[in-house]
Design a protein around this ligand. Structure first.
Ligand code: ATP
Ligand code: MG
Length: 691
């Protein structure tokens, strides 16, 4: 238990009842959780009786690793996961009480949108379906089912959405599928309606720990309450100043309710920040200052004053990206040994802001990765293809079945799939297995049956051929032929309004197939002067390794690369050197004017949203350990035009001392030299006669 201060030790040692650690950024809240896991195990609690809930899968992976460093192999038995992953586990184990079979499917956002569109009669456009999805999700997060939503509907519009929700619920039951919100809602129903299940989980879980508690929503709180029961052995850690998911239903009420619902709650405050220099911490405290204080906190650092926070005014986004690259190179050049690439992070408000930075980093040959954005393997088209491979490997994978049968669409509608799903559940078979059940013809209409059987034969045939396809050339030919056969390229062009988007997606498909074919091996590879003959594999073997893809992308995270991330995805993390990018009015804070024209609510909304934006800025600043630069542009792209832009009000609110925050003169000099060189080169080019 070394490396903990007194307050932290107190939080770690108190294991008999409910405990809340409420403290500012970088004060060691997450560290309390990992050490408390170790402490619980030390005092004899079996690892499998401990659950630690984090906000993202990535945070879970990191926590598991930190715990492993403390307690070794036992760490892998601790249930470290997100609320949703815990929900999956509970529903898999006990969902039969709700009539779900253990291998139910989990629908992703695309699946949900397409089912909703269909429930509305298929005439609805994508944007409307997404809007409904958002509204229905909001209702589900309040714990409402369709019947309740219908009863609560305020007007005809809401009533019509509630009716669509009713059909949507029926579909999901028939498909034996659940959506993302169900992963919280169904465990709730289990615990509420089935005392034996509730008692089981309360017995199993000896202690529950929750990180980033300020970002839980109402149903997650209810779930937590029911999981811990009367004994209330749990530890929640959080910071009200870092609540940045209000737009997704997270509520600070959960923090306020905790002492009321658990009068015996032990509240512990941490005041020392171990992450950032005083200069950085002061800027952070100044920014959060104007927000109303829910729980007063103080935060100090003993890491010394450190480098002043820099504000970098730029001409436009491209210029900002160049300055960021110059800064990274400059900081590396100034230290011996130079800091690793992975000690730098560039953080911004919205995903699309990454692009100029990606280009500038690429140009300078600096390794980087975009985290929190869509990874290549998460793209819809790649997941479509993977669904086919998954089906070859495991015919009983129902989510894969549903995805493959619809990509491309082959005239098999949701009604047919609903009937098939119901039939399969009745006969305790997977959907694919049910295709070959002699009794199926009685359950689905004849024309639909033909489509289904055709699909089943295609999958079987492809699986057989993939098993006997070996090596790069053959794999390549096979994949090309397969895509041709199922008409995937045409399908992409048909389903996208924009030709440009469709062609980009098709490009991804080709890139993916190349990658697959390469892995089938056989071709000579030239790596660093040594040629190696790669082992030849069957395409089916290659497809099998696709199941390991998620671990591949996890491994990538360890590599030495500059990180580009949204501010939201940066929560809980830290880097020695941070650059906040695009800190302009309209970006951070994001444009606050309400475009829906609900006048009376506007004033309240704007104030609340500004507070959340301010917390986002606070999260950004407090990611930095040693240096922080804040960039803004005098001109920003708006559609096709360049418009004048202002620095964010948060820059002034950091109250940087003018004398120390001024730009480093050496950097300015470098900049002037670079500009001069560029101009000289341009002139030379202009005066050189064309050949
Ligand atoms: P955030 O609010 O951003 O999630 P946090 O409160 O969870 O921050 P941690 O990430 O746990 O803070 O800790 C911040 C940094 O301080 C980490 O590098 C951690 O290892 C270090 N740290 C925490 N407590 C101590 C301590 N008592 N002694 C030395 N270092 C510490
Ligand atoms: Mg933390």
């Amino acid at each position: 238990m070394s490396g903990l201060n007194l307050a932290q030790l107190q939080a770690v040692h108190y294991t008999e009842g409910p405990c809340l650690v409420l403290a500012g950024a970088g004060s060691g809240k997450t560290r309390v959780i990992t050490h408390k896991i170790a402490r619980l195990i030390e005092t004899g609690m079996p690892a499998r009786r401990i659950a630690a809930i984090t906000f993202t899968n990535k945070a879970a992976a990191e926590m598991r690793e930190r715990a492993a460093q403390l307690i070794g192999r036992q760490a892998k038995d601790v249930l470290v996961c997100t609320f949703h992953a815990l929900g999956v586990r509970m529903v898999r184990e006990d969902g039969h009480a709700l009539g779900l079979k253990p291998n139910f499917s989990i629908l992703d956002q695309d699946d949900v949108t397409s089912i909703l569109k269909d429930c509305a009669g298929g005439t609805t456009d994508l944007a409307t379906a997404r809007q409904w999805q958002w509204i229905i999700s909001g209702w589900k997060n309040q714990g409402w089912d369709a019947r309740k939503s219908l009863a609560m509907a305020q007007d005809d519009h809401e009533r019509s959405i509630a009716l669509v929700m009713q059909r949507y619920e029926e579909r999901l039951t028939a498909y034996q599928s659940v959506d993302f919100d169900d992963l919280i809602g169904l465990p709730m129903r289990l615990l509420k309606g089935h005392p034996e299940v509730r008692e089981k989980w309360q017995r199993v879980l000896g202690h529950v720990l929750v990180d980033e508690y300020q970002d839980t929503n109402a149903t997650q709180y209810e779930l937590l309450k029911m999981l811990v029961g009367e004994r209330a052995r749990f530890t929640a850690v959080g910071d009200d100043d870092q609540s940045i998911y209000g737009w997704r239903g997270a509520t600070l009420d959960n923090l306020k309710r905790l002492p009321l619902d658990f009068p015996q709650l032990k509240v512990i405050k941490l005041e020392q920040n171990y992450r950032s220099t005083s200069a950085i911490l002061r800027a952070a405290n100044n920014v959060i200052g104007p927000n109303p204080k829910l729980f007063p906190k103080t935060l100090f650092s003993e890491l010394g004053e450190g480098e002043p926070v820099r504000v970098v005014a730029c001409d436009n986004e491209e210029h900002e990206a160049e300055r960021a690259v110059a800064r990274i190179l400059g900081l590396r050049a100034a230290a011996n040994p130079p800091p690793a690439w992975k000690s730098f992070a560039i953080l911004y408000r919205a995903n699309h802001q990454a692009k100029p930075f990606e280009k500038a980093l690429r140009k300078a040959s600096i390794p980087y990765k975009v985290s929190g954005g869509t990874s290549f393997f998460d793209r819809a088209e790649i997941r479509d293809l993977c669904a086919w491979f998954r089906l070859w490997i495991n015919n009983d994978d129902d989510p894969a079945f549903l995805r493959a049968v619809a990509s491309p669409k082959r005239g098999i509608g949701h009604t047919t799939l609903g009937a098939l799903g119901g039939f399969a559940a009745q006969h305790k078979q997977s959907m694919f297995g049910a295709l070959f059940n002699a009794m199926l013809p009685a359950a689905v209409p004849k024309r639909a049956l033909e489509g289904l059987l055709e699909f089943g034969r295609t999958v079987n045939d492809l699986e057989h051929r993939a098993r006997h396809t070996h090596g790069h050339e053959a794999a390549h030919a096979f994949l090309a032929e397969w895509l041709q056969d199922i008409g995937y390229e045409q399908y992409l062009y048909d389903s996208e309004d924009s030709e440009k988007v469709a062609s980009a997606r098709w490009g991804n498909v080709l890139e993916f197939c190349d990658w697959m074919a390469q892995r089938a091996g056989g071709q000579i590879e030239n790596t660093g002067g040594a040629t190696t003959q790669k082992e030849i594999k069957s395409l089916l073997e290659v497809a099998q390794t696709i199941a390991l893809l998620s671990t591949i992308s996890e491994r990538e995270q360890e590599q030495d690369m500059v990180v580009l991330s949204t501010l939201h995805a940066s929560k809980g993390l830290e880097w020695p050197h941070v650059i906040l990018a695009g800190v302009n009015e309209g970006m951070l804070p994001f444009k606050l004017d309400d475009d829906e024209g609900r006048q009376e609510k506007v004033a309240d909304d704007v104030a609340a949203r500004l507070q959340e934006e301010r917390r986002l800025m606070y999260v950004g600043i407090t990611r930095a350990q040693r240096t922080l630069a804040v960039g803004w542009s005098k001109k920003r792209k708006k559609g096709r035009e360049m418009v004048a832009a202002l620095p964010s009000r948060f820059i002034a609110e950091m109250k940087l001392d003018a004398a120390t925050s001024r730009e480093d003169p050496r950097e300015k000099l470098r900049q002037l030299r670079a500009e001069f060189a560029a101009r000289a080169q341009g002139q030379a080019a202009a005066t050189t006669p064309a050949a």
